[in-house]
Every structure is written in C-alpha cells, then in structure tokens.
Design a protein around this ligand. Sequence first.
Ligand code: TMP
Length: 211
Amino acid sequence: MQGRFITFEGMDGSGKTTQMRLLAERLRREGREVLETVEPGGTEIGSQIRRILLDSANQELRPTAELLLYFASRAQNVEQCIQPALSAGKIVLCDRFTDSTLAYQGYGRGLGEETVLTLDRIACRGLAPDLTLLVDVNVDTALGRAHTRNASLFSSEETRMDEQSLEFHRKVREAYLALARHYSSRFRIINGHGSPEQVAQRVWEAVAQHV
Ligand code: TMP
C-alpha cells in the first residue's frame, strides 16, 4: 500500500501554507490519514538547518552552500518521515519540495537545472510528487503578503530569502510557471487570488480526483 505525495509550491506570500493546512483539515474530515511536513524543516535536524538558511544574519551564505543545505534538510525528511508515511499508505502534504530548489536556486540564483536534479537524485532517491499544486499570485500580491507576515513578531527572524530583490522574485515566479508547463502531468496551477476559502475550493477540485 503506497500513499500519495502532494506538494505545495509558490512564492513567499502566495498563501500556500494556509492552503495546505486547509486541505489537511478537509482530508482528515474525510477520514484520510495525513502527514503534514515542510521544507526546509520537517524533522528536528531539518528545523536546525532551516534556522541557518532563513536567518537574515547569514548574508555570507554562498549559493552552493545554500543549495546543499536545502538538500540536506530534504534527505533527512525523505528518509525519516516522508518515505515511511508513504509506505504506511498515508497522504503526505509537503510545503515546498525540489521544485522550490529548481525555481529559487536553479533559476533564481542561476545554479542550473542539471545541478539541482543531480542532487535531487542523491537526496530523494527517485521520490517525486504525485501531484504538485502551484499556488500562483502576482509578484506584488506575494511580496505584500510576505511583508505583512514578516512585520509580525514571530516570523521576524526568517527573512533572508524574502529580502531578495524584486527581480529575483519575478524570476522565481517565471521559473515556477515554466516548471508547471514542463511537468504538466503532475502540476496544477491554482489561482491564489481571492479569499482563503475561494482558493481552498480550487485546491479541492484539483486534489479530489487524486486521493
Ligand atoms: P517558506 O517560508 O515558504 O517555508 O520558505 C522558506 C524560504 O526558503 C522561501 O523563501 C523559499 C526558500 N527555499 C529555497 O530557496 N529553496 C528551497 O529548496 C526551499 C525548499 C525553500
């Protein structure tokens, strides 16, 4: 019995984290067993790696070191949590996965697709999402929401990526849309504008036939 692996992708401030939580609640109401996880993070060790990656004090972090840390977190999460949950037949919802690394490091930082895919083969050992939901909003909406969130006390330390230039975020959105075209059989683009409930309905329509 193999479960279903569903990933959420999108820019910072796209609303994907809220949408993943709403989907998890709905699936549980339908009686499904769900594991929610996040990249970077998801495990104790991954959470420690996440702190290094998102700490705005770490301005000296080099692109290659950054790339390897994202995959270190992912390798730990795949082996410790994601793969066992899938083997137990659960639905695994993951807030970001390798498509984030393709968009942010591969394209945004210019490290290239091949480098990212090579590391993916090592870290994830062939595990790929069954379905990827790209919660898409325009760059202004995304940055506006991300800045509102960062103004709150609790997330003020996790700003290193949000502080990148507008141009960087534009590139990330373009990369996501290109990925969705390239891997069109597993990607669904969800219009992220509107109320959380409206977006959640769009998510449900995309997911229902897959679970
Ligand atoms: P989050 O706030 O959505 O959890 O994402 C954390 C930040 O890390 C976000 O700015 C995107 C970035 N990120 C990458 O640059 N590469 C990756 O592989 C992942 C998973 C996240």
